[in-house]
Design a protein around this ligand. Structure first.
Ligand SMILES: Cc1ncc(COP(=O)(O)O)c(C=O)c1O
Length: 426
């Protein structure tokens, strides 16, 4: 893969400094191609859950490939429009999914006519008070589902998302009384740790929605959400997309039969498009040790200049990301090391899981100056980065298959961090 080329990464590190993100446009196009093939069925449409990676460059690739958008804030809708996705509902290229209208969300929905996908019954009244009449989608909590970790569970009694499935009829009446037509039913049940479980849950969801069809005479579409998994531990492992395609085709036929007219089936993966397409490159600044004592075992710490302000997934969910030493992928003498970042936070560790704060990783013996590539960082990577510790976000670079590289966002400065501060009296 070109974006793993050691000479290129060394050169880029010297040019823009570390850490930096590098996207592989060729790989992104391959993943988009796979989803297009997966949804190449009559009445089946793919969206991109843009929260996974909202860079304009990525959104433009999606627009060019005819992939629609799932946006989750007013500003995400505006970013999708900025990247060239169409406003309006004919067809509803941008769908706005939320459990809460925050900031400009309501205004943006009204102004640009994007389809609101309502996750809480009171949002129907909020829309009505704002003067909205027309098409809506309902996000349903189907009562089951399984995230990749418990904190990502998106269906079931403990999930905050959506309208409880047994309350769907009441929500339909509330919407009708407010002059709104429910044109879509939606649920996102998460990918779960097992593919078989995902298939089973998606089939169950389609069946649940088929049973609800009589409540919604204006129904045009059903969204089965995102959640196509990416195997972080074995990036080469193939997800059996053919089996999903079969399921989507069957769901489309079943729902259309239940409705007595064509019902569109939508999916909205995020991670699958982008996870493997970006690498976070960071430099080792030092290697230090602690010694075993009565509190526990000593460890070797490779200190690096990236932290959870850049990639928060390990600190937040205990997620595993492959790490390689640039230019030393071939091996050599190895050592178990903890890879830790610059933040004034003990949890700023990349080699951990959800139970253990440190989980040393066997890597070629490291020294200050080495470059590390943290793999599969394209989904919920830069998108979740922050300015904590007043560290500016690292630059994002974009590599084309011809080898050309563009900087698509620069390193943030203190001026960027200070620019929203005011002394305005209220
Ligand atoms: C409503 C909704 N749709 C789609 C997604 C995308 O999920 P994934 O990136 O796992 O495909 C999410 C993720 O949490 C979501 O909440």
């Amino acid at each position: 893969m070109k974006s793993h080329d050691p000479a290129l990464l060394q050169r880029l590190a010297e040019t823009v400094g570390t850490p930096f993100w590098i996207y592989d446009a060729g790989l992104l196009r391959e993943r988009i191609g796979e989803i297009r093939e997966l949804t190449d069925l009559p009445g089946v449409q793919a969206r991109f859950a843009m929260k996974a990676c909202p860079a304009t460059k990525v959104l433009r690739e999606m627009a060019g490939a005819g992939i629609w958008i799932d946006a989750v804030s007013g500003n995400e809708v505006l970013r999708a429009l900025h990247a060239g996705h169409a406003a309006g509902m004919e067809p509803p290229v941008i769908c706005f999914t939320a459990d809460v209208f925050r900031d400009n969300a309501l205004e943006v929905v009204l102004e640009h006519g994007v389809l609101p996908n309502i996750g809480s019954p009171g949002m129907i009244d909020e829309l009505a008070r704002a003067g909205y009449r027309g098409k809506v989608s309902l996000r349903i909590n189907p009562g089951f589902g399984h995230g990749h970790v418990n904190s990502c569970d998106t269906g079931g009694p403990s999930s905050k998302h959506g309208i409880w499935h047994e309350d769907a009829g009441e929500a339909a009446e509330r919407a009708a009384a407010a002059g709104m037509t429910v044109v879509m039913l939606h649920a996102h049940i998460g990918s779960g740790p097992q593919f078989e479980e995902l298939l089973e849950n998606l089939g169950r969801l389609a069946e649940l929605f088929a049973g609800m069809v009589p409540l919604f005479p204006g129904l045009e579409a059903v969204s089965l959400g995102g959640g196509i998994p990416h195997n972080y531990r074995d990036a080469g492992a193939k997800v059996p997309l053919g089996r999903l395609k079969e399921l989507f085709g069957q769901a489309q036929a079943r729902l259309s039969e239940a409705a007595g007219r064509e019902v569109r089936v939508e999916i909205e993966p995020g991670r699958y498009y982008v996870a493997p397409t970006c690498t976070l490159v960071t430099r080792v600044t030092d290697v230090k040790r602690t010694q075993t004592n009565e509190k526990g075992a000593g460890a070797v710490f490779a200190m690096v200049d990236a932290g959870f302000v850049d990639l928060v997934r390990p600190a937040m969910y205990g997620s595993w990301h492959g790490i390689s030493v640039v230019g030393r992928e071939g091996g050599g003498e190895t050592e178990a090391v903890v890879v830790a970042g610059p933040l004034c936070e003990s949890g700023d560790v990349f080699t951990r899981d959800d139970a253990e704060l440190i989980q040393p990783r066997e890597l070629p013996k490291l020294a200050a100056g080495d470059l590390l590539a943290i793999r599969d960082a394209g989904a919920y990577g830069y998108a979740m980065s922050s300015n904590y510790n007043s560290i500016g976000r690292a630059p994002q670079l974009w590599l084309e298959p011809d080898g050309s590289v563009t900087q698509i966002s620069r390193r943030e400065t203190v001026e960027d961090i200070l620019k929203a501060e005011t002394e305005e009296r209220i």
